[in-house]
Design a protein around this ligand. Structure first.
Ligand code: SAH
Length: 256
């Protein structure tokens, strides 16, 4: 059965008003009547089953008054999409980051290498690791009951990652930089993901143990990525990305 778009302005409490072309379709094409049930969505990620209470045919288009009888879904995906461009840390720490980022609700993880990245992976290692990381994401998604498995992208170097960002979908990118003294994470997030935009794609860049170089930050700035401070303490690379993802989802009202 099709589901019909109803602007969130026309949903008040349990009451729903369906107007315009959608109402016309429901009444004249589907021949729905008082007491029938239909599914609607509000474009902000909510889907409801409603029951028709009344069809008012005054004027050109019919208007349908309906009552919500159930919220559909079990939707586990955040409306805020996050791509985490994470510098590969030493050892197996990226395994942990991928597992936790998946639990928190990150949509995509792209392992990156930067000027100060210590770990160097040859082609074969990159390939094998990517398969392993994707498996970790898959298991973590299942465990945390996500319907969606975050994608672990192939390893990119920093310039490639910036290119991917500028050519890709994210509306905004932030790069965590401990030397930043103007932009703070909270303000930057509140002016973007926290201002009621229901669907937003954020990219987060996190440096390696040795941090980003000032040149890298400058290059990022040039393609529109905003450097942000995470406050006065230095977080380890495996902590920083998770913290930024968590607070971004919090600001977007996803964490309950
Ligand atoms: N080598 C640096 C710290 C690197 S921490 C130093 O000792 O000064 C690893 C990464 O975590 C950084 O590249 C940055 O992306 C992020 N990070 C950690 N703490 C941060 C903070 N207080 N503000 C912004 N970014 C931070």
């Amino acid at each position: 059965m099709p589901h019909f778009f109803v602007s969130s302005k026309d949903i008040k409490g349990n009451g729903v008003l369906i107007r315009g072309g959608e109402a016309k379709h429901i009444v004249t094409v589907l021949r729905k009547k008082k007491g029938d049930e239909i599914d609607i969505f509000d474009g902000c990620g909510n889907e409801f089953r409603v029951r028709i209470l009344e069809i008012d045919r005054l004027g050109g288009f019919p208007r349908i008054k309906a009552n919500i009888i159930a919220q559909k879904g079990g939707e586990t995906e955040p409306k805020l999409k996050i791509t985490l461009f994470q510098s590969i840390p030493k050892g197996n720490k990226l395994d942990f980051i991928i597992q936790k980022a998946t639990e928190i609700g990150v949509s995509e993880i792209v392992p990156i290498t930067t000027e100060r990245t210590i770990v160097r992976l040859d082609y074969k290692k990159k390939k094998n690791k990517t398969i392993r990381w994707q498996k970790i994401a898959q298991e973590a998604a299942k465990q945390s009951r996500r319907n969606f498995i975050p994608q672990v992208g192939s390893v990119l170097d920093f310039p490639q990652a910036l290119k991917e960002f500028s050519e890709g979908k994210p509306q905004m990118g932030i790069i965590a930089w401990e030397m930043e003294d103007k932009n703070y994470l909270r303000e930057v997030l509140r002016s973007s993901v926290g201002c009621g935009i229901s669907h937003f794609h954020l990219a987060i860049f996190i440096g390696p143990e040795g941090g980003f170089t000032p040149e890298e930050v400058e290059k990022a700035r040039r393609v529109g990525v905003v450097p942000v401070s995470l406050g006065p303490r230095i977080l380890r690379t495996e902590t920083a990305g998770l913290v930024v993802a968590m607070v971004a989802l919090y600001e977007s009202s996803d964490l309950g």
